[in-house]
Design a protein around this ligand. Sequence first.
Ligand SMILES: NC(=O)c1ccc[n+]([C@@H]2O[C@H](COP(=O)([O-])OP(=O)(O)OC[C@H]3O[C@@H](n4cnc5c(N)ncnc54)[C@H](OP(=O)(O)O)[C@@H]3O)[C@@H](O)[C@H]2O)c1
Length: 221
Amino acid sequence: MNVLIIGASRGLGLEFVRQYRAAGARITATARDDAALERLREHGARALKLDVADAASVSGLAWLIDGERFDVVVINAGVLGARTDGLQTPTAADFDAVMHTNVLGPMRLLPQIAEALAADARVAIVSSQMGAIAGRSNPSNWLYRASKAAVNSVMKDASLALAGQATVISFHPGWVRTDMGGAGADIDASTSIAGMRTVLASVKPADTGSFFNYDGRRLAW
Ligand SMILES: NC(=O)c1ccc[n+]([C@@H]2O[C@H](COP(=O)([O-])OP(=O)(O)OC[C@H]3O[C@@H](n4cnc5c(N)ncnc54)[C@H](OP(=O)(O)O)[C@@H]3O)[C@@H](O)[C@H]2O)c1
């Protein structure tokens, strides 16, 4: 199996690398700094330098993966931005950082990745339940929520554009103990990634455009 993980320096991305590697997959993984790139090589991955918020950096991806045919692609890179609990207007810089990383990044990556997919490929965007609008009960982190709602829309359009070529889905990975999720989160990264790998292995073309919890449960938008 040939796997591409975007945003794999730590947290969920690095755990995707660990688990797919342990399962014998060939891995290409991206990170932003040299120490993380070295860490990825130590885990047996081909390591590529990539900042998803930097147009020039992302535009270089196509030739770096030229000739590859990926069975699984995971767009994992994401940022939370400033934590808020009400109507605190984000600064323009914070808005740009969150939206460029979480939304524009995938919109720049997906066209390039589309050229490097194996038959019956699976493409996943790591989104968040915080992006779901139905059932929302508090207004915390409204910029992050808006970015994850937006990237779910991006995923849906990608699923339509790539119909017949790839099964495209988004995930809520659970509330996971990472730098972003914090030490008090519900589950560890190992559980989250094992669940998402099981979903990726079992989805069918008819599932394209769906939003899944890490345990395979379908989520409402
Ligand atoms: N943890 C949770 O409970 C939780 C819940 C729901 C959704 N998520 C989502 O899951 C994904 C991974 O989260 P995590 O918990 O593993 O967070 P994390 O520990 O904060 O890791 C974030 C990852 O994204 C990378 N990244 C951030 N900005 C980037 C950029 N501009 N270019 C390339 N890579 C970039 C980071 O790389 P650097 O090391 O270079 O910063 C790091 O590898 C995110 O999309 C997040 O929104 C997490």
